[in-house]
Design a protein around this ligand. Structure first.
Ligand SMILES: Nc1ncnc2c1ncn2[C@@H]1O[C@H](COP(=O)(O)OP(=O)(O)OP(=O)(O)O)[C@@H](O)[C@H]1O
Length: 285
């Protein structure tokens, strides 16, 4: 645990994009009891790194993201973004969730323009940037449509354009593709990797934390896969994924190295899934 260090660079001198040091989060339940969702969690995300987080259902993955986002404060420990303690929501952090955060009464273009406008970008420039990102996600022809006139995959592309147009240094993704069918999901994963690899205005890649239940998706996308324990969440093991980039998710799944790493991570994750299931069964019994 690193609870005695306060802010500042990590050992080795450089400043990671995100750091959680001994972070814990205790919620008060409606009955007044204390519920520990995250316990003594240490996690580092380097600049431009793509980190996938997997763990059994309800273990505390989303809570970990809310700590990084500034939506919640840790009960103990530290959460640092760019070496600074997180205090509230920051403009350089972007989110993509399972539910799309689109305004149903606005056109696609207007939805993508909204973020830069809220951040004070002049109207014409905001529209230019929005059009550029709509082009990059393949939706030029859909700029004047309303969200209900789009498919699930197209709405997800709008969500990606909405997020990337704000030039996020940090991207937090909570099961963003889980509501999509399998084929669309694979396509979106490929598109995400392409967009992410040069997502910043200066051509760099954003630092990503991607929460998923799907271990194959995690391995196909990430530079490292973090396995969480059964709740309360803490980091059980971190597995580097050294598959070469650029990757195409459907092709990379067939690589012998992929199968090997899948087996290795599943032997760690599967045990936590089993513990969670057994707890659930004993509660029902
Ligand atoms: N605001 C809150 N108040 C009380 N308990 C909460 C709150 N938010 C989350 N929890 C509890 O904390 C635990 C962790 O929840 P969290 O949503 O982080 O898990 P998760 O791993 O993302 O779950 P899933 O995989 O099912 O999406 C759960 O038991 C949940 O009920």
């Amino acid at each position: 645990m690193n609870g005695d260090r306060r802010g500042g660079p990590a050992p080795g001198g450089h400043t990671p994009a995100i750091e959680l040091r001994g972070a814990s989060k205790v919620f008060r339940t409606p009955s007044g009891a204390a519920h520990t969702a995250v316990r003594d969690l240490d996690l580092t995300v380097e600049r431009g790194e793509f980190v996938a987080v997997v763990g059994p259902t309800g273990c505390g993955k989303s809570t970990t993201l809310t700590l990084v986002s500034g939506l919640e404060e840790p009960t103990e420990g530290e959460v640092l973004v760019g070496g600074e303690p997180v205090r509230g929501i920051r403009p350089e952090v972007g989110f993509v969730f399972q539910q799309d955060a689109v305004f149903p009464w606005r056109t696609v273009l207007s939805n993508v323009t909204a973020g830069p406008r809220f951040r004070g970008v002049p109207k014409a420039e905001a529209r230019d940037r929005a059009r550029d990102w709509l082009g990059r996600v393949g939706l030029d022809a859909f700029a004047d449509r309303y969200p209900h006139q789009l498919s699930g995959g197209q709405r997800k592309r709008v969500a990606l354009a909405q997020t990337f147009v704000c030039d996020p240094a940090i991207l937090l993704m909570d099961e963003p593709f889980s509501a999509l069918d399998v084929q669309t999901r694979a396509l979106m994963s490929d598109e995400l990797l392409e967009l992410w690899s040069a997502s910043r205005a200066d051509g760099a890649a954003a630092s990503v934390v991607f929460v998923t239940h799907d271990l194959e998706e995690a391995i196909a996308l990430a530079d490292k896969v973090v396995v969480m324990t059964a709740g309360p969440a803490t980091v059980k093991e971190v597995f580097p994924v050294r598959l070469p980039r650029p990757r195409k998710v459907e092709a990379v799944r067939l690589e012998p190295e992929f199968v090997e790493i899948y087996r290795e991570i599943w032997s760690s994750l599967g045990e936590e899934v089993r513990i969670t299931r057994e707890r659930g069964a004993s509660r029902v019994a």
